[in-house]
Design a protein around this ligand. Structure first.
Ligand code: DGJ
Length: 934
């Protein structure tokens, strides 16, 4: 078999699952306890097909203090205690419960027959005095149960067809005939033998479920003399606490942070789940509507493995979904819980992924900060115990981002092994990295369990948010590049691919709430003069809003400020040849608003308690359909009333008093998550209804900058801090996880409104270019010189936008580690590149290292040209600073250099900065000429 074929592969004899991405492999197995044991995540292994990676589990050693023991099928199913029941009828009733073979609505006859059969088998063993723990044949039992539970209707996969071609559809479902028998792995022979079984009559399974299957049973060997080293080291006798697991339950011996926590009606909290069967699908499994997820253009782009784990005692079914993206080093994971039992179960902790790593020297890279200082790069060496970060604010937050990188050894931008995690979720999340006593690492990422309780009634299911796992052997930079490509091609709505948004101007920092028809028209006409293409009417246009105290929820134009309405304004703007954009804050309501006086119960609140305001506003209860429908109608009325090409969707406070009027007490722990699902539904409906409008999401700047939001809108306002120097940090950090094209960035005035810092127009422009590029200043205040500069930068951006937005990003200098920053964008065939370098603080007399470039073709000769040179020059003899209208170039008269890719990457470019917040931009074009020295 060609080892380079990406997909999902299952080897029945070893029970190894191999998930092959473009260049990496992710391998785990079903161990002899039917637990999923993680084996490997790393670079692709050429012999992986022939190798049984189960030997890697030999690195686990029993901890004397770890609970352990053979878990038999009887124990799994909670049958031991049945022995104690004296009354035969009682016994029979309990049996029914345990076997879950009670009358089923779909096929009563069949399920009764199965229940009878299994009862007879079990009673026979009992009467014979057999040891139920050992002799009760697992295969027989599960066959009896398996058939009753293999109802296709249970499947969540209503998307792409099940792949039906041979090996791609192998299942451990014990009734499926074995097509190809492979000798058992030598490693598995001692102690636990795998015995193939030719099934006489294969039950009528749907053709979808047939194919090459691993039909085997595990024979437990009784004779202690046969106990070998293998068995001593078998996970059965090694407690779960030291095993590397794919899914971790709580309360049965694993003391690390679990993947799930449940509570049953009887107060019990255990939920050991065991492998039951799996299916392999072409494409992706189904997800609920409006759930952010990595989408496919064609099923051939991915393969999905769905593993079904059962708690045989309670009927809880856990489906682990793994989608291998063939053209990426990425695996998408999510978990579906189904309550197939008879009583309700509350989910109290739901991790979208758990990944266990063998011992190493691990470092964590996270993006943390605060309002106006979002997504700063924070790197820590992981020490024993749990290192965690989270949001409990109802949004992903300014403080932490649902993204992390784990590096083996200190993180490096270009080298080394790194693992990336990105949760496609915009609400309360939690990331945990736990170094256990063994030195092994467990990573958990999912919904923040704090305050989360999801009530799962019999027959209901719950789907976790999706998480993307990325592997890189090119350090942190490799993770970013993989995510950028994946998000641009499979997350941001397809219609925005290759789109260059119009250069916009936003009224916020220009006039704040002082907007009026005349003011907006005036700003627009001045903006038009310099080449701006769209004007956004930010906050203050609706209700009677003049400050933050009123009108949120009253989405109609303020008649005093806009006497001709939005229709009149939009008309005038368009007549000037500009496009028109509008700001909304749909999730909020002001106490001083008509909406609030009509529906005071529509906000999140607890009736008997006070309502905490933030920025003078309350949060609408988007867990309620009536509220969502109202807001949807308000927004659609406005958006269809006149031509509007852009919408900024803001959210200026986080959640408090998370409680809803529509839901019973037992459901209140669901409200924070239901709120996020409500936002997704609303955003999904609106963006579907107005597909031509560019949506930019925002939350007091970058308080909800996450992959969940990108599923609906192609850009996110990165921060309320528009200062160029602050933005260098914010945007650098943001690129670790998110592509440049989605980073909302504007040129603003000086002194900057957040930091009072003054920086050059050049630096402000170059920083804003590394994002969506717009303006946030009053064009009426611009000098003629400034207007000229702005016009030139807009033209330059228009020329370079495609390369910036679609180029491959290489970060060169890290501002968190030095006093300067640099990055470059390279096109796909490395024939063009742009290099941006920024100075933050100039230490006089101290020189910078040469800037080593990346991503170029070593053999290509590049013409290197400095664009937009500096203007200031220092006279070394007098010390005077002078303006040089001809421009000050890095290499003096040598405006263009001709250098090979190899030289640029190995010897680099010298860069000199003259002052704090100075900047430089080089354009590289591959030429066909060859250097004689080659
Ligand atoms: C916060 C945003 O980040 C700003 O850009 C602006 O839109 C204000 N809200 C308006 O209230």
């Amino acid at each position: 078999m060609n080892n380079h074929v990406p997909g999902v592969f299952f080897e029945p004899s070893t029970r190894n699952f191999r998930l092959r991405t473009r260049q990496a492999a992710y391998v785990f197995r079903v161990n002899d306890s039917r637990v999923l044991e993680h084996l490997y995540w790393g670079p692709f292994l050429p012999l992986e097909d022939e190798e049984d990676l189960s030997y890697l589990s030999l690195s686990s050693v029993p901890g004397p203090f770890d609970p352990r023991g053979v878990i038999s099928v009887a124990t799994m199913m909670g049958l031991n205690e049945l022995e104690d029941l004296a009354d035969e009828n009682d016994l029979r009733e309990r049996w029914k419960v345990y076997t879950k073979a009670k009358d089923s609505a779909e096929d009563r006859v069949k399920s009764r027959r199965l229940e009878n059969a299994s009862w007879r088998l079990w009673s026979m063993e009992r009467v014979r005095g057999g040891d139920l723990n050992k002799d009760l044949s697992e295969g027989v039992m599960l066959r009896a149960l398996g058939e009753s539970q293999s109802k296709d209707e249970n499947s969540m996969d209503k998307g792409f067809e099940v792949n039906d071609d041979g090996n791609n559809l192998e299942s451990l479902n014990l009734d499926v005939p074995r097509v190809k028998e492979r000798p058992p792995s030598p490693l598995l022979i001692p102690g636990q033998r795998i015995v193939s079984k030719e099934t006489k009559s294969s039950p009528k399974l749907s053709p979808k479920k047939s194919g090459s299957a691993g039909n085997y049973d595990i024979v437990h060997v009784d004779d202690p003399t046969e106990v070998t080293n293998w068995q001593k080291l078998d996970p059965d006798v090694i407690g779960k606490n030291t095993q590397l697991l794919e899914f971790a339950d709580q309360g049965t011996g694993d003391y690390r942070s679990p993947s799930l926590q449940v509570r049953y009606e009887d107060g019990s909290t255990l939920s050991p789940v065991y492998y039951f069967r799996h299916r392999i699908l072409k494409g992706k499994s189904w997800m609920p509507e409006f759930f952010p997820n990595i989408y496919l253009s064609d099923p051939s782009e991915a393969t999905t493995l769905v593993l079904e784990l059962h708690d045989f005692v309670t009927g809880l079914v856990v489906e682990l979904h793994y989608t291998v993206m063939h053209d990426y080093n990425a695996i998408c994971r999510h978990v579906v819980f189904m309550n197939n039992g008879d009583s309700s179960v509350s989910l109290q902790r739901v991790m979208s992924c758990t990944v266990d790593f063998d011992t190493d020297d691990y470092y964590l890279t996270q993006l943390s900060g605060s309002w106006a200082r979002e997504r700063q790069v924070v790197q820590t060496r992981l020490l024993d115990g749990i290192t965690a970060f989270q949001s409990g604010r109802g949004a992903s937050s300014h403080q932490h981002n649902p993204f992390a990188i784990i590096s083996c050894g200190a993180p490096n931008e270009e080298y080394g092994t790194a693992f990336g995690f990105s949760l496609l979720y915009s609400g309360n999340f939690q990331f945990e990295a736990e170094i256990s006593e063994t030195g092994r690492l467990r990573v958990n990422l999912g919904i923040n369990p704090q305050g989360f309780v999801w009530n799962l009634e019999p027959g209901e299911s719950f789907c976790s948010p999706e998480c993307v796992l990325v592997f890189s052997d090119q350090g942190v930079g490799g993770i970013s590049r993989e995510l950028h490509r994946l998000f641009c091609e499979h997350l941001i709505p397809q219609r925005w691919r290759n789109f260059v948004p119009p250069v916009l101007i936003n009224t916020w920092e220009a006039v704040y709430f002082n907007i009026s028809h005349e003011v907006v028209v005036e700003l627009a006409s001045k903006a038009k003069e310099v080449g701006i293409e769209l004007i956004v009417l930010d906050d203050g246009w609706f209700g009677h809003r003049n400050d933050t105290t009123s009108s949120l929820g009253d989405w109609y134009p303020n008649p005093e400020k806009l006497p001709y309405g939005l229709v009149g304004l939009s008309k005038e703007i368009h007549a000037m040849g500009l496009q028109f954009g509008l700001w909304f804050e749909p999730e909020m309501v002001s106490r001083d608003s008509e909406l609030y006086s009509l529906h005071p119960d529509w906000c999140l609140h607890i009736p008997a308690r006070g309502r905490t305001v933030g920025r003078n506003q309350l949060v609408l209860d988007l867990s309620r359909a009536v509220v969502r429908d109202y807001i949807f109608n308000q927004l659609s009325n406005i958006l269809s009333s006149c031509p509007i090409e852009y919408v900024k969707w803001d959210m200026n406070r986080h959640l408090t008093e998370v409680f809803s009027q529509d839901w019973p007490a037992s459901r209140q722990g669901e409200i924070a998550h239901r709120y996020v699902l409500g936002v997704y539904e609303l955003l999904g409906r609106i963006t579907n209804a107005f597909p031509h409008i560019v949506f930019e999401t925002c939350s007091g700047g970058g308080g909800r900058f996450d992959a969940g939001m990108l599923y609906f809108a192609p850009q996110i306002w990165a921060s309320d801090n528009t200062d160029a120097v602050s933005r260098i940090y914010i945007q650098y950090g943001t690129t670790l996880a998110y592509p440049t094209c989605c980073i909302g960035s504007h040129v603003s005035t000086i002194p900057n409104h957040q930091t009072l810092r003054s920086t050059s127009m050049k630096t402000r422009s170059l920083v804003a270019m590394c994002g969506t590029f717009g303006y946030e200043l009053d064009p009426r205040q611009l000098s003629e010189d400034e207007k000229g500069e702005i016009a030139a930068y807009i033209q330059l951006y228009k020329r370079l936008a495609h390369l910036i937005r679609n180029g491959i990003l290489y970060r060169l200098w890290n501002p968190f580690l030095s006093s300067s920053a640099a990055w470059m964008f390279v096109n796909n065939d490395a024939s063009q590149a742009l290099v941006f370098a920024f100075n933050i603080r100039r230490e006089v007399g101290r020189l910078l290292p040469r800037l080593l470039l990346r991503g170029l073709c070593y053999e290509t000769v590049y013409e290197v040209e400095e664009l937009c040179p500096g203007k200031l020059v220092r006279n070394i003899d007098t010390g005077a600073i002078m303006l040089d209208p001809r421009g000050v170039y890095q290499y003096g008269e040598n405006k263009k250099l001709l250098l090979s890719g190899r030289t640029l990457c190995c010897a680099g470019l010298p860069v000199k900065f003259l002052f704090d917040a100075d900047s430089v931009l080089f354009e590289l074009k591959g030429t066909t000429s060859a250097l004689s020295s080659f």
